[in-house]
Design a protein around this ligand. Sequence first.
Ligand code: ADP
Ligand code: MG
Length: 182
Amino acid sequence: MKELSLHVLDIVENSLRAGATEVEIRVVEDSNEDILSIEIKDNGRGMDDETVKKAIDPFFTTRTERKVGLGLPLLVQAAKAAEGNVAIKSIPGKGTTVKAVFKKSHIDLQPLGDMAKTISALVALHPEVEFIYTHVKEGRKLRFSTKELKEKLQEVPINNPLVIDWILRFLKKSLNELSGGA
Ligand SMILES: Nc1ncnc2c1ncn2[C@@H]1O[C@H](COP(=O)(O)OP(=O)(O)O)[C@@H](O)[C@H]1O
Ligand SMILES: [Mg+2]
């Protein structure tokens, strides 16, 4: 994988397969601390300690369609390549938090990729799931919540193509503003 946003898709896919109805995605970019972190928190079925330990093993998967599970091992590999690490916390029946931390200035850090596209695609594909996306960049903060948007939309479905297009443009503009753009 070449972009961190693609890892996000993969990790969120695990959450959805675990039956999550709410997924929080939090990205923090902090140049002073020289850290980029990505945290994905879900309210899915969770894992016991033993499963958490096995989850980062490429030959472990609870899927039945194929024999290797690479989502978490690839994220661990990307983190290690950038002097970072991945921590998984999970409580059976409650949910899972996966947090990847990277050294922001590291030459081998994969680019973040297109988070606006990633989030809008997740909403389009999983309109019934609540997504909360926060992105903090050098202290400036963006927060997007499908729950709040759904309240405003009332009977208009959130996966209406016009709404998805609005979300994409809103996130692009907001992320651009976080970067100091007008
Ligand atoms: N958020 C999660 N909630 C519950 N179980 C998870 C979660 N993420 C990963 N797992 C467990 O860890 C396994 C490995 O995940 P992953 O490395 O992404 O491979 P794959 O998804 O292909 O199985 C999954 O099959 C699942 O059993
Ligand atoms: Mg996976």
